[in-house]
Design a protein around this ligand. Structure first.
Ligand code: NAI
Length: 316
């Protein structure tokens, strides 16, 4: 297997001042990539800001002989996103990789989520990825090469109580990845989404009750988990997705406890109803077992694939 390297490549890693993002930035730099270490430097719930987190990681990369510059912009505004990309172009002349990783967490039961919580989570996770990726994508499309990773979350793809706002922002990133991977593919720009699990500052901010439950589960299987909750166990998957070696696009990948897997959206064969007159709700109820039947499930890759699958079912 050829070594994966980033020689001549320029990567933007948002939220790279700590946690998972720091490990992505360090590993790409170690492999010869020039890195924009972006971090707003605030608290886990998105309050405050400082330059120290990004500066610290840039210093670590440079001390190890790597190339990096700091960016303190917030991803959560259009201007912030543009400035982050401008930092890459000004310092290194191009942008090949964007790892959309920045974010914060505010948990609350659905009935208690006010606009402050909702807006801050949509802004940083969903709009933030949009604002950074859009100006970067314009450069990638022109140069005919790019790799984009979106940090989604199982909280959005599978669900997690008290994370309705966070979960919908994170699930929204999969929608963005789905569309951009189709638009980007003819131009050599590949996009994938990540479902990570790691014991980071953000993971420590889970509701106390849930934290107790997770800790009890982990204590019961501690020898099996080993060190696999360390952020460094997520790094290799993300670095692979960000590299030229990766030729996959339009995928959702989980890195959890040192297990690396692809997640798929499957459809049942379903019930194909009448052609001329629309069925009634009672007909749906009568055929519910077929609607839900998991036998012979199928995985349409994109919208037209689903139409093709139904056409096949209808074919005489
Ligand atoms: P973290 O809190 O250690 O790292 C997030 C970083 O983003 C921080 O350094 C923070 O200062 C920075 N940041 C926050 N708002 C920013 C903004 N507006 N602009 C620029 N930087 C900003 O958290 P962690 O665990 O490393 O999370 C990284 C990503 O992975 C996040 O998007 C998170 O939602 C996602 N994730 C993490 C999971 C985990 O188990 N740790 C699970 C699922 C998703």
């Amino acid at each position: 297997m050829k070594n994966i390297d980033f020689a001549g490549r320029v990567a933007i890693v948002t939220g790279a001042g700590g946690g998972l993002g720091r490990t992505y930035a360090m590993d790409i730099a170690r492999r010869g990539g020039a890195v924009v270490v972006n971090d707003l430097g605030g608290s886990f719930d998105g309050k405050g800001s400082s330059s120290s987190m990004a500066d610290q990681v840039v210093a670590e990369i440079r001390a190890a002989g790597g190339k990096a510059v700091a960016s303190y912009n917030s991803v959560a505004t259009r201007t912030g996103g543009e400035n982050i990309v401008k930092t890459a172009i000004d310092a290194f002349g191009r942008v090949d990789v964007v790892i959309n990783n920045a974010g914060h967490l505010r948990n609350a039961l659905f009935e208690d989520i006010d606009d402050g919580i909702l807006d801050s989570l949509i802004d940083v996770h969903l709009k933030g990825a949009f604002y950074v990726t859009q100006p970067a994508y314009r450069h990638m499309k022109k140069q005919g090469y790019g790799r984009i990773v979106f940090a989604s979350s199982a909280a959005g793809m599978l669900g997690n109580p008290t994370q309705a706002a966070y979960g919908c922002a994170k699930a929204g990133l999969v929608g963005l990845m789905n569309v951009l991977s189709l638009e980007g593919k003819p131009h050599g720009v590949l996009c994938n989404a990540l479902l990570p699990t790691a014991a980071s500052r953000m993971a420590g901010a889970m509701p106390a009750e849930q934290m107790k439950e997770v800790e009890a589960q982990l204590a019961a299987i501690a020898p099996l988990v080993g060190n696999s909750l360390d952020p460094s166990f997520v790094t290799p998957l993300v670095v692979y997705l960000a590299s030229e070696a990766c030729q996959t696009t339009h995928g959702i990948f989980s890195a959890t406890w040192g297990r690396y897997a692809r997640a798929f959206l499957n459809f049942s064969q379903g019930w194909v109803g009448p052609r001329q007159d629309a069925p009634r709700a009672e007909d749906i109820a009568a055929h519910w077992a077929e609607v839900e039947n998991r036998r012979d499930i199928v995985e349409p890759a994109y919208l037209e694939d689903e139409f093709a699958l139904i056409a096949k079912q209808l074919a005489p």
